[in-house]
Design a protein around this ligand. Structure first.
Ligand code: NAP
Length: 286
């Protein structure tokens, strides 16, 4: 029997509808949640992602704006913009869309961003809170994945999870969030030996690599859960693909995320949920 779909599109739409009610309640109290994006104007994928995030924000009643970092933007101008957003009470969430132009220091920009507006959960303060198990904004993509698994009552306790990829935005926080849920976690990366054998021992495989269809069906233990966070465009193909070979993996797995329509929309809705959390927290303080 083919795997059941972990349908991120359906769940994210339901969550966005629920969010509209929280946004309406905030608006009645005079608070209009606002998400601001800082985006590299020269990167088409980045511009497209931010466009999608902003259009979802508008659908949920969240206002949004964007500031473009171009080839002539200096680090001082970038930090100055972040300082302005930090101190603007009308702004509740700030998204620093990766990648920024190469001449700009992204780490320094994240250090400058106030943790209370870190809707993407990527400042060192937010990441430190995740490591320490303290409250704070969690990274939107792994947070969206854990929501998708929770929604489908996928039991993680004592299960062996293999996370392929160790990026700061995805692999590492994903591993920590699975650990928080009492999974036994292995992190794989480009230097890992015999990845197929490692994956075959996993109850849950999370692919976060950026290599089209790298994970094959015979890497998957029958009945395992496959979460495909990859998103890859292939020249000449009309459909974007993930890091897992969908047809092969879905023939073996019990559950699988489609690409598109799995992890992507869960990332967007989690970013918006973090923004609304930030707006509610700010209202609570005032
Ligand atoms: P990244 O920063 O390039 O990290 C990729 C990771 O994969 C690295 O840790 C790398 O290992 C590892 N890797 C590369 N080749 C490998 C191999 N042959 N075997 C095992 N591991 C290997 O990428 P990212 O930003 O985490 O993104 C990963 C994918 O997720 C991309 O397709 C991206 O588009 C997608 N993504 C999706 C969303 C979403 O919302 N759906 C959000 C963010 C990213 P090393 O550390 O050793 O180099």
């Amino acid at each position: 029997m083919p795997a059941q779909l972990l349908d991120g599109k359906a769940l994210s739409t339901a969550l966005r509808n629920q969010l509209e009610q929280r946004v309406s309640a905030l608006r009645l109290k005079g608070v209009v949640p606002r998400l601001e994006a800082i985006v590299a104007s020269q990167d088409p994928a980045s511009v497209a992602y931010v466009k999608m995030k902003r259009s979802w924000a508008l659908k949920a009643g969240i206002e949004s704006g964007q500031w473009e970092a171009g080839p002539t933007t200096t680090q001082a101008e970038l930090v100055d913009q972040i300082d302005k957003l930090n101190s603007d009470p009308a702004v509740h969430g700030v998204l620093l869309q990766h990648p920024l132009p190469k001449h700009l220091n992204e780490d320094a920009a994240l250090i400058a961003l106030g943790a209370e507006k870190d809707a993407d959960g990527l400042t060192p303060q937010s990441l430190g809170a995740l490591v320490a198990g303290l409250p704070g904004f969690r990274c939107a993509t792994p947070l969206g994945i854990t929501r998708l698994l929770d929604h489908h009552s996928i039991d993680l306790v004592g299960k062996h999870a293999v996370v392929i990829g160790r990026s700061v935005i995805l692999g590492k926080p994903m591993a920590l969030m699975l650990l928080e849920k009492n999974a036994t976690v292995t992190i794989a990366h480009s230097k890992t030996q015999d990845l197929p054998t490692l994956c075959r021992a996993a109850d849950i495989v999370v692919a976060a690599v950026g290599r089209p269809e790298m994970v094959r069906g015979d890497w998957i233990k029958p009945g395992a859960v496959v979460v495909d966070a990859g998103y890859n465009r292939i020249e000449g193909r009309d459909k974007d693909v993930g890091d897992c070979h969908f047809a092969e993996c879905s023939a073996v797995a019990s559950w699988i995320t489609p690409v598109p329509g799995g992890v992507g929309p869960m990332t967007v809705v989690s970013l918006l949920m973090n923004t609304v959390d930030a707006a509610e927290a700010q209202l609570g303080k005032s």
